[in-house]
Design a protein around this ligand. Structure first.
Ligand code: NAD
Length: 507
């Protein structure tokens, strides 16, 4: 195999040092657009996980981070935000190289938002919440301490490699934990850079360790590790089930951000232009490789054809091409496997009687003949119980179905094993409020889709996972609450001791 460009190695970061794997092997990371090798990472092992967990445990036990002066910890997190901004061009470029998605999206979306996420979490350390201290027994003062959990394992996906890593490390660092983070093996490069930047920002050695390698080796070893106190995954629902089972070895806490199948309900009174634009952005963000992407549009029969026609026009106008071309809207998917997966869903839906009204094929992109491209695709008239409506495609594919009553639309929207995100498009406030109450999803939006904010929780119901990313809720998940009681009387014999030994004291 010929490697044309000089390949950069990205060793893992364990205890603050660049570290090869005990396996001696390396994994090549290839661009899904050009197929060139764009970097190499160590092919990590369970031994590497042991070393990283031990480094995290040492750092935690010594209080290198959790007992650092608060102002210094906050400053280090804010500095990391500054370094992400400083290096945003380079990092977004690296992200585009390994994911094939457009540089425009990476630079103007993920990397514009990631540093804000970190700075938000830095504020959380200064705003601890809990019950007020009080003499609840009458003879003791009780108060609550909110403490870090210890060593947390975190496993991140390939769709937003750096951004999902930030969502994980932000609350965990803010709470004072030590971390062992495992990026997806297709997209580990920016996560290694993140650990380097954390050291530059003043996060002590051993606090943020990155172990690269395969999910079923490194991820599984982390999930099963007896000295890891919490395991957090952003990934597929099936991976979540495996991790939850492995985590039972020491009953570690489990935090799962899993798959989604977001419904997108367009009512008869909706602004159709806004809904069509919302569906285009919502379905095609990151090539549809987004857990909150709009995947199932339920459209009132009276506006069904009008919505389809306008949305198809917008889909057809989306420019698929070289990820680094500023005029490109959509780059590649992550791999040929992902393209074949999307195409398979579309072909089987079509064979079952659905209608393809946009896309549905691999386009030829000049200069990039082997790129993993797939045209933005709309499949209309899908059946509610079909796989394209029930399963995660994770590609630029929108399934569309008509409905007659809002009750029917809400019922069909809820008819899924997932529960991450949903949206409804209506100008009727009563319909909007009823949908907000009825839709069984962790995030419901009215007249928009995809918006997130650092201050508000992101997380799934049902098989989309448990626990929240972002917001105070996420910070709290990386803490544990301790009740401290101080006895106030100083009396050797307490009024209740006789219930255990001796006689009841005279009144
Ligand atoms: P994936 O589950 O294949 O991989 C995620 C991570 O888990 C990777 O680092 C992988 O190496 C690791 N892994 C795989 N098998 C493992 C095992 N047996 N034990 C431990 N770790 C293992 O997911 P993906 O394909 O990288 O990402 C796409 C999925 O992530 C989609 O389902 C998407 O909906 C979901 N996702 C969810 C959110 C959310 O916030 N809920 C956000 C982004 C992505």
């Amino acid at each position: 195999m010929a490697i044309e460009a000089p390949v950069t190695d990205f060793p893992m970061i364990i205890d603050g040092r660049p570290t090869p794997s005990s396996s001696g092997r390396w994994i090549e990371v290839r661009s899904p657009a050009t197929r060139e090798v764009v970097g190499r990472v160590p092919d990590g092992t369970a031994d590497d996980v042991d070393r990283a967990v031990a480094a995290g445990r040492r750092a935690f036990r010594e209080g290198r981070w959790s007992r650092m002066a608060l102002a210094d910890r906050v400053a280090a997190m804010n500095r990391l935000g500054d370094l992400l901004d400083r290096d945003a061009d380079e990092l977004a470029r690296l992200e585009t190289l390994q994911t094939g998605t457009s540089y425009k999206l990476r630079r103007e979306s993920d990397f514009a938002f990631a540093s804000d996420n970190l700075r938000f979490f830095a504020t959380q350390i200064r705003n601890l919440e809990g019950k007020a201290a009080y003499e609840y027994t009458g003879t003791h003062t009780s108060f609550v301490r909110r403490e870090p959990i210890g060593v947390v394992g975190q496993v991140s996906p390939w769709n937003y490699p750096m951004w999902m890593a930030i969502w994980k490390i932000g609350p965990a660092l803010a709470a004072g934990n030590a971390i062992v983070l495992k990026p997806a093996s297709a997209t580990p490069l920016t996560t290694v850079r993140l650990a380097e930047l954390a050291l530059e920002a003043g996060v002590p050695a051993g606090v943020l360790n990155v172990v690269t390698g395969r999910g079923d080796v490194v991820g599984a070893a982390l999930a099963a590790h007896m000295d890891v106190d919490l395991i957090s995954l952003t990934g597929d629902t099936e991976t979540g089930k495996q991790i939850q089972a492995l985590a039972s070895a020491n009953l570690k806490r489990v935090h799962l951000e899993l798959g989604g199948k977001a419904p997108f309900i367009v009512c008869a009174d909706a602004d159709i232009e806004a809904a069509a634009r919302g569906a285009t952005a919502g379905a095609l963000i990151n090539g549809g490789q987004d857990c909150t992407a709009a995947t199932r549009a339920y459209v009132h029969r009276s506006v069904y054809e009008a919505f389809l026609a306008r949305t198809a026009e917008l889909f057809d106008g989306v420019r698929v091409g070289d990820p680094f071309d500023p005029a490109t809207d959509l780059g590649t998917l992550i791999s040929d496997t992902q393209v074949a997966r999307a195409a398979g869903f579309v072909e089987r839906a079509q064979a079952a009687g659905a209608r393809v009204v946009a896309g549905g094929y691999r386009p030829a992109v000049p200069g990039l003949p082997d790129g993993a491209f797939y045209r933005p695709t709309i499949v209309a008239d899908c059946a509610q119980d079909s796989e394209i409506v029930q399963d995660e495609v994770f590609g630029p594919v929108l399934a569309v179905l008509p409905f007659d009553t809002i009750e029917e639309a809400l019922e069909k929207a809820n008819d899924t094993r997932y529960g991450l995100a949903a949206s409804i498009w209506t100008t009727n406030v009563f319909t909007a409020m009823e949908a907000a109450r009825t839709l069984n999803f962790g995030h419901v939006q009215v007249n928009d889709h995809l918006m997130v904010t650092s201050e508000m929780p992101h997380g799934g119901f049902k098989q989309s996972g448990s626990g929240k990313d972002m917001s105070t809720y996420s910070f709290e998940e990386y803490t544990q609450v301790k009740h401290v009681m101080l006895e106030l009387t100083g009396e050797p014999e307490k009024g209740w001791h006789y219930t255990v030994f001796g006689d009841k004291p005279a009144e």
